[in-house]
Design a protein. Structure first.
Length: 317
């Protein structure tokens, strides 16, 4: 596709300080999307980042954010997801803003369903700097996984990479998630500290991936079942949901799994978690608990993936 540049070329351009003020990430590999966005943040150190997920956030607020500039504001990096939710009028306005360069910020549009092309998508491809974030072909996966592992400071035997690709290689996100989880698990396999279930609630509420995996492993080694951990996790997010959506504490009524320490920190946790995330996490926990009781699954692996997805903001995408 002639309008697309590779992710590698886009990163090179950024590192040469060649920054566009509008990008279109075309492809559904979430890890590659996130990696590019993080590279933009690294080179735009004084920029404030704003995320708009259309369908949950109004397009009117987005346009206000784009047009709202002042002499005292630093540059903004505005990430727009679920762009198919734009109205027809809004789509035309967006293309006009990009084409005429009528803004001083960095706009990043993300479309996951890259097979569904239409006039708006074709216009974005032509008007914005379009970056290919589709999952690489199998013969390119090895080099990308090697590169990303190095960028994440993950020490991995290069001979192990093909095994991860073989088992989890449907996309870069899957492969890197399992590599990161295994790396964290190995580094914490010899921990001797004893933790409590509320320690796990606290670490995952703070989205601390390394600490959450460490505590999870400790809890299992000290006789706590995965299903018990899921109960504590579900009740935490249920309480967070009621607090965020209804601003009440009904989720805490008669809830023995939420102690005073966690109760006092719930306002802090919900600042890091959107309504969409809370809904998706509650559904995911329910499905995992149901699956563990009805079909044969690798519950430990699924649990580690759940922890990773919560801590990395996967459910807000």
């Amino acid at each position: 596709m002639k309008n697309l540049i590779s992710l590698g070329q886009a990163i090179k351009n950024l590192r040469m300080n060649n920054i566009s003020n509008s990008y279109f990430l075309y492809g559904n590999d979430i890890y590659m999307q996130d990696f590019f966005i993080n590279q933009v943040k690294k080179v735009s150190t004084e920029s404030h980042t704003y995320l708009y997920h259309l369908g949950y956030d109004s397009q009117e607020n987005l346009f206000n954010e784009i047009s709202n500039t002042s002499l005292f504001d630093s540059q903004k990096t505005i990430i727009i997801k679920n762009i198919n939710k734009f109205s027809t009028k809004a789509k035309n306005e967006i293309i006009e803003i990009i084409s005429k360069n009528e803004h001083s910020h960095c706009l990043i549009f993300i479309k996951n369903n890259f097979d569904n092309k239409n006039k708006f998508i074709n216009s974005l491809l032509k008007s914005a700097t379009s970056v290919d974030t589709r999952t690489p072909f199998e013969n390119q996966m090895y080099d990308w996984i090697k590169f990303f592992s190095k960028q994440e400071n993950i020490q991995i035997n290069e001979n192990e990479i093909p095994k991860y690709i073989e088992h989890f290689g449907s996309n870069i996100s899957n492969v890197m998630n399992y590599i990161k989880i295994d790396s964290i698990s190995k580094s914490n396999s010899s921990t001797n500290r004893t933790y409590h279930l509320w320690n796990f609630q606290d670490s995952i509420g703070k989205k601390d991936l390394t600490k959450s995996i460490e505590i999870y492993i400790s809890l299992l080694s000290n006789g706590n079942s995965v299903n018990l951990i899921l109960i504590y996790l579900f009740n935490l997010y249920k309480a967070m949901y009621f607090k965020k959506i209804y601003d009440n504490e009904s989720g805490l009524n008669f809830n023995y799994t939420i102690n005073k320490i966690i109760k006092s920190k719930i306002p802090l946790y919900i600042k890091k978690t959107s309504k969409k995330e809370l809904e998706c996490i509650l559904v995911e926990i329910n499905e995992l608990d149901f699956s563990s009781k009805t079909i044969s699954i690798n519950l430990d692996n699924r649990m580690k993936c759940l922890i990773n997805n919560i801590c990395t903001g996967y459910y807000d995408r």
